[in-house]
Ligand binder design. Structure first.
Ligand SMILES: [Zn+2]
Length: 384
């Protein structure tokens, strides 16, 4: 097998593999068939948040995943803005070998035969194929250049575009399925039903869908029981060769808010997607940080499948320091399968067929992630 490395320390074989794995994990939308429930990417307009999220003061010393090859260190040329390091769009396009990169209105597009990536100035929304990601810092324009935060590049974009470079991934044969809440903890209460009931039903369906695909499943609860705090993530840590999927449904004070979200653990120093500031916990490392990039890749695969198979609104892949994600030393995600505070979404979630499709989507996402993990050479098995 020929491997050609460039001055970037970037290897041609690895690049082709990454492009293939990234494209397979994040469903391409150029299908041309009527089966895709969402509008084609070229018509998809990134919404502009009403308020630009202020760039938060990040912990400066975040270890970079790059360079691609230890033998040939690659250093991004960075520009300081708002006290943070930023990288020019043109440099990103060159490094990842996008065929084209151009600006259209507020959006900068990057295109290759299988991947389309876009980001919009003054927002934190990144789109890769048709899946959205809520970055930690907004994209900026300075002196005619569109800039992306270096930590977002390293902690968000690189693991997605180069999944085979994520060193912390481990092969797995077990999924720990965690239906949220239970017992006296009802979770969110919708007009038609409670979060704890929907989460348990979805969890049991997900268990069956995974078992049919040859995956072993460990449930954190199989009945309407309360699970003590801390047990869920710790159980995931104890089960070897596993990933964690925690299942929840959401609520918002505004009944208009609807759609699905998939969360992975926030890296040390970064702001969580829903927070204005990094917060006190940002400086601390948790179990969940051991596989934060693997978790992001798993979240991306599952969110992509949820959008593809449910046609639900895309609220994006997000980062959060949820207790279950902090505690689990495995690749782990938390799926928010819809807003029970939105009457129409509550009605959909209430349908057993919809929950069955959601279970299939999550199972398919898990399997795609496993294919991506298996596409890269595995380091020797290690403990958490
Ligand atoms: Zn919940």
């Amino acid at each position: 097998m020929n491997i050609t490395c460039t001055r970037h320390g970037h290897c041609a074989h690895a690049h082709r593999l990454d492009a293939a794995v990234a494209a397979a994990t994040l469903l391409p939308v150029f299908r041309g068939s009527g089966h895709h429930p969402r509008p084609p990417f070229r018509h998809f307009r990134l919404p502009r948040p009403a308020a630009v999220i202020a760039a938060a003061g990040l912990v400066a010393a975040i270890p970079a995943l790059l360079p691609a090859s230890p033998a040939s260190p690659f250093v991004w040329n960075t520009t300081l803005a708002n006290g943070q390091e930023y990288v020019r769009s043109a440099e990103v396009a060159a490094f990842y070998r996008f065929d084209r990169h151009y600006e259209s209105g507020w959006t900068t597009w990057f295109r290759s035969p299988t991947l389309a990536m876009g980001w919009e100035v003054d927002t934190s929304v990144l789109t890769i194929n048709d899946t959205r990601f809520i970055l930690s810092s907004p994209v900026l324009r300075r002196d005619g250049e569109v800039l992306v935060s270096r930590v977002d590049l390293v902690k968000w974009i690189d693991p997605l575009l180069r999944p085979t470079h994520v060193r912390e991934t481990e092969d797995f044969d077990t999924v720990v399925v965690d239906p949220g809440h239970g017992g006296i903890d009802f979770g969110t209460r919708g007009r038609l039903g409670d979060e704890k009931e929907y989460a348990l039903d979805l969890g049991l369906r997900l268990r069956d869908a995974l078992v049919r695909r040859g995956v072993r499943v460990v449930m954190t609860r199989q009945t309407d029981t309360a699970v003590p705090k801390g047990v869920r993530g710790e159980l995931a840590t104890e089960v070897g060769r596993s990933v964690l999927v925690s299942l929840h449904f959401n609520q918002n004070n505004s009944p208009a808010v609807h759609g699905v979200e998939t969360y992975a653990m926030t890296p040390v120093g970064l702001r969580s997607s829903n927070d204005a500031r990094p917060g006190l916990e940002a400086a601390l490392g948790f179990n969940g940080n051991r596989r934060e990039n693997a978790s992001l890749a798993l979240a991306a695969a599952v969110q992509s499948q949820l959008l593809h198979r449910l046609g639900a609104a895309d609220r994006g892949v997000r980062r959060a320091r949820f207790a279950v994600l902090k505690d689990a030393a495995r690749a782990g995600i938390l799926v928010e399968g819809g807003y029970l505070s939105n009457p129409a979404e509550n009605a959909r979630v209430h349908l057993p067929e919809y929950r069955a499709r959601m279970a299939t989507a999550i199972a398919e996402g898990v399997m795609q992630y496993r294919d991506a993990v298996r596409a890269r050479p595995q380091p020797p098995a290690s403990g958490p």
